[in-house]
Design a protein around this ligand. Structure first.
Ligand code: FAD
Length: 440
């Protein structure tokens, strides 16, 4: 079967079989359970941002592109009060009486300062807050320099329940979808010198340095993952009804073969699948690297019991992540003085552009998952290459004791990091299902 890949994953010292076994037996089941928890399932995103690159592409009216909104009462109270800003970030505490209100960001979900009846506390908070806010702004401006993505925590951002809006076939295709992929590959991926074709053939990749190959491989791996999801949750049949039309979703082997078989893709399909394994290893390594930091996160939603369960499950999951025998080695990238620094900056700029292109996706459901996966990958790149996670304390630090890191990840970054990795883990697991169907 063309989708039973063998041997070493390009640019890594690890075999496909090792990843298949590790993912399907150890990672996938744990992650599936973890991502159904409230902390991870509610993702704050702005789907209304204007596309800054072109305006002649209307938003798509395909029924299956619709994103179902969240009911206010479904959002955990701790998240509604959550402010990505100062108190949480500077002091790392979860004391709701201190998590004020005075940073009202225009979001209806925030509490209104007018309703803060404890005047004395309100006064203290205001004074702490003003100083904290100023400090925070400085910190944020500085920290943003290390971001690989545009962050979506503005007033138009809304919570979306990811479990209500699964990634699957939507029917988004044609000119609009191609314009996105084309501008990602053509304008925002590195290319070998004198290469004018739209898409890069895998055998051309060795004409580029490791860093540029890595860039291409992670984008191609993410593209493969998106397309695997639409094949494994394809619209198989529809029931028309005026009240609630419904669809039946399941694997479509023909669609999968069309997209990945060497016969229909000029031999490229299996390479794209290998790139899926590549991006998986890169994000796995980011999780392992940030593990001492993540193991001390509060995962606050306002429910003591749920939050305790999540902290426990995350720690267990991270210890499995760290046990992987053959992690991707990011230390061999961006070495070599000024030239390497310049390359890293280009790498970051290209990736930021791709995060902005996500605002041009013409199907809301695809945009939702596209943004989530790009932001999660951006968080992984930040962990691997910003240098700020390089000196984390070793694992096993006492609970409650913060890992020594010069900065912290915001909730949105943690949610997208885990969910993006969840998509890749799911894709690798789906490959096994396709192999089974093919064998049968
Ligand atoms: P496309 O997938 O559009 O690919 C265009 C060209 O890119 C191909 O002809 C091939 O030459 C090359 N290519 C294909 N795969 C790879 C790869 N892995 N690496 C390198 N090159 C490659 N559709 C849904 O149904 N559900 C979704 O959730 C969804 N999410 C999307 C999210 C984003 C951000 C985008 C841009 C599109 C999304 N789509 C989604 C659309 C989907 O990805 C395809 O674009 C669409 O199905 C049309 O497919 P296609 O066969 O024309 O090839």
């Amino acid at each position: 079967c063309f989708c039973k890949l063998k041997g070493r994953i390009d640019d890594c010292s690890c075999n496909v079989d090792t990843v298949d076994h590790f993912n399907n037996m150890k990672i996938f089941p744990r992650l599936r359970s973890l991502l159904s928890k409230d902390y991870f399932r509610f993702y704050k995103v702005n789907l209304k941002r204007e596309c800054p690159f072109w305006t002649d592409d209307s938003r798509c009216a395909i029924r299956y592109c619709h994103v179902q909104a969240c009911q206010e009462e479904d959002i955990p109270p701790g998240l509604k009060q959550y402010n990505p800003n100062p108190m949480n970030s500077l002091f790392g505490n979860q004391d709701m009486s201190l998590r004020v209100i005075h940073f009202y960001d225009g979001n209806e979900d925030c509490e209104d300062p007018e309703n803060d009846h404890d005047e004395e506390l309100g006064f203290i908070n205001t004074t702490i807050s003003a100083a904290a806010y100023e400090e925070f702004e400085k910190w944020q401006a500085h920290d943003a320099l290390d971001n690989f993505c545009e962050v979506d925590e503005d007033k138009d951002a809304q919570y979306v329940d990811l479990l209500l809006n699964p990634e699957r076939y939507t029917g988004y295709k044609g000119k609009s979808a191609h314009r996105i992929w084309n501008s990602i590959y053509k304008e925002n991926c590195f290319r070998p010198e004198n290469h004018y074709d739209l898409f890069i053939q895998t055998n051309q990749l060795n004409r580029m340095c490791l860093e540029k190959r890595v860039f291409y491989r992670v984008i191609s791996g993410m593209h493969a993952s998106i397309n695997i999801h639409l094949c494994s949750k394809y619209l198989l049949s529809e029931k028309e009804s005026l009240i609630a039309p419904s669809g039946k979703w399941g694997p479509n082997l023909e669609e999968f073969k069309r997209r990945f078989s060497p016969l229909t893709t000029d031999n490229e399909g299996p390479h794209w699948l290998r790139n899926l394994y590549f991006i998986y290893l890169l994000e796995l390594r980011a999780l392992a690297k940030a593990a001492p930091y993540l193991a001390n996160e509060e995962f606050y939603t306002g429910s003591d019991e749920d939050d305790r369960d999540v902290r426990h499950a995350v720690k267990e999951f991270l210890s499995v992540v760290r046990s992987f025998p053959n992690h991707f080695d990011e230390s061999c990238m961006f070495n070599g003085g000024a030239q390497a620094r310049k390359l890293k900056e280009e790498f970051r700029q290209h990736f930021r552009n791709i995060s902005v292109i996500m605002d041009c996706v013409g199907c809301d459901k695809c945009k939702l998952w596209g943004k989530l996966q790009v932001q999660g990958l951006g968080a992984a790149l930040k962990i691997l290459f910003s240098g700020k996670f390089d000196s984390l304390s070793p694992p096993g630090i006492e609970p409650g004791q913060k890992a020594k890191s010069q900065f912290q990840l915001q909730r949105g970054e943690i949610v997208t990091l885990f969910n993006a990795f969840g998509r890749l883990s799911n894709s690798i697991n789906e490959l096994e299902s396709f192999r089974k169907i093919l064998r049968e």
